[in-house]
Ligand binder design. Structure first.
Ligand SMILES: Cc1cc2nc3c(=O)[nH]c(=O)nc-3n(C[C@H](O)[C@H](O)[C@H](O)COP(=O)(O)OP(=O)(O)OC[C@H]3O[C@@H](n4cnc5c(N)ncnc54)[C@H](O)[C@@H]3O)c2cc1C
Length: 414
């Protein structure tokens, strides 16, 4: 019970248990909480930690051995993300974009050449991805808002123009994944989207200590940092594309099928997002519980007051439920990925865990009271960082719409 977590035998392998133990030690050594606080204040993403995660085999846990991975699956991704996000949710987000979105998309629908080119570098921690999907016109109605267009030229190349928003981590990414329109199919906005892989030109992040805040990404692509409330370690950007030249071999998946390809990795993305929430909430509980044991009022530890104890218990219970639904979704996705119920449980998990973690950060803030509000303590970071997860990568309202339609057979409301 030392970790405030009720052990349950989910049938994890010895390797998986060893991986979690190794990650705990890794975090203590390479990214202690005070260091994370400093990076957060400096808006700095530590690329050296990413590289070391690669060295330790963490980034390759869910990829086949032929690319340098160890052949695991979504359960490994879930365990890794939960453990990292316990103190370092921004790194959990980097893992979500780099491994679960970038790497997994290439694995699922990339060409052999793309897999050979990108996966070993990602797995080694030498590469990372950013995702340019959302546009200023809206993220929920993503098809309605998407205006970025790549127009085919007589020589078979494409010229892309448009604007994206919230592209996260592009300053430390080597490849931006652009989703844009190449074709119009009357009355079918989901058709005609194409995904392109755009590599950074000339300058590699290794040459600049990783931080390329003021560097253009490549010919025609510029980006500007968005000031935001949380996840300062992993900055987000407005990105503009002006006459960006793209070739056929930069296409990821088939032309015009981009939206359907995105759906392939959607369940994974939701499950890993849930794992970030579970980890973050658990970290919050550990901080708040320790504080309640040490902080005194009226001559006794505040944890002795039921008002405080009960809040801690409510947090612990919500986290247990969050973990259960997340592991259930991961287990279903690993064992029967074509089961349509996986989409429902993955959406439920994302919705429930983000709201539960949100409530946990609020309770922890109340327990730490004044000190929780100071930048010296870590709770303020958890409190800020969780906010985005209730509406990104998908809003909880949209998750409810999906569950209402698919599970309960209700009519589409929009
Ligand atoms: C920090 C951060 C990082 C991000 N990183 C990335 C990234 O790396 N790449 C990327 O492409 N995008 C990224 N995003 C974008 C993110 O995916 C969108 O913010 C998200 O999809 C919501 O879109 P929106 O913010 O435009 O909200 P809107 O779509 O404008 O929605 C506003 C509100 O209306 C509600 N709403 C809309 N339609 C309905 C409906 N039919 N039923 C019920 N409610 C509805 C929504 O639920 C929400 O509450 C990021 C966002 C943030 C904040």
């Amino acid at each position: 019970m030392a970790d405030f977590m009720i052990p349950t035998d989910f049938g994890l392998s010895e390797e998986q248990k060893m991986m979690i133990d190794m990650l705990k030690k890794f975090k203590e050594k390479e990214c202690p909480k005070d260091k994370i606080g400093e990076w957060d204040e400096a808006n700095h993403f530590p690329v050296e930690v990413w590289k070391k995660l690669g060295n330790e085999g963490i980034l390759g846990a869910c990829f086949p051995e032929e690319y340098g991975g160890t052949g695991g699956n979504i359960i490994d991704e879930t365990l890794i993300t939960e453990e990292i996000s316990n103190s370092f949710s921004a790194m959990g987000l980097a893992y979500l974009t780099g491994v679960c979105f970038g790497g997994m998309s290439i694995l699922h629908y990339g060409t052999d050449e793309q897999k050979q080119n990108y996966l070993p570098k990602l797995i080694a921690g030498d590469w990372n991805f950013a995702l340019s999907l959302t546009e200023p016109g809206g993220g929920t109605d993503v098809l309605g808002a998407l205006k970025t267009r790549a127009v085919e030229q007589p020589d078979g190349t494409f010229l892309a123009n448009g604007a994206k928003i919230f592209t996260t981590g592009i300053h430390v990414a080597n490849t931006d994944i652009l989703i844009c329109r190449t074709d119009d199919v009357e009355g079918k906005p989901a058709r005609g989207l194409t995904i392109f892989l755009i590599d950074r030109d000339n300058i590699g992040r290794q040459e600049t200590d990783g931080d390329l805040l003021n560097q253009p990404f490549s010919q025609g692509i510029t980006y500007h940092k968005i000031k935001k409330l949380g996840s300062h370690i992993l900055a987000s950007f407005e990105v503009s594309f002006e006459d960006v030249k793209l070739t056929q071999d930069q296409m990821l998946g088939e032309r015009g099928k981009g939206f359907y390809n995105l759906l392939t990795t959607l369940n994974n993305e939701r499950i890993v997002c849930s794992a970030i929430c579970v980890g973050l909430a658990q970290g919050c509980l550990e901080e708040a519980n320790q504080y309640a044991l040490e902080r005194e009022a009226f001559g006794k530890p505040i944890g002795q007051f039921q008002a405080i104890q009960h809040q801690l218990v409510e947090m612990a219970t919500e986290i247990e439920l969050s973990r259960l639904i997340t592991y259930k979704a991961a287990w279903m996705q690993a064992n029967n990925p074509t089961d349509p119920n996986v989409g429902v449980i993955a959406s439920m998990a994302k919705m429930y865990t983000s709201d539960a973690a949100f409530r946990c950060t609020d309770k922890a803030m109340r327990i730490l009271a004044g000190y929780g509000f100071t930048m010296e303590y870590h709770i303020q970071r958890y409190y800020r960082d969780i906010r985005q997860l209730v509406f990104a990568p998908i809003t909880n309202e949209m998750s409810k719409n999906y569950i209402g339609q698919v599970m309960l057979g209700q009519k589409k409301s929009y």
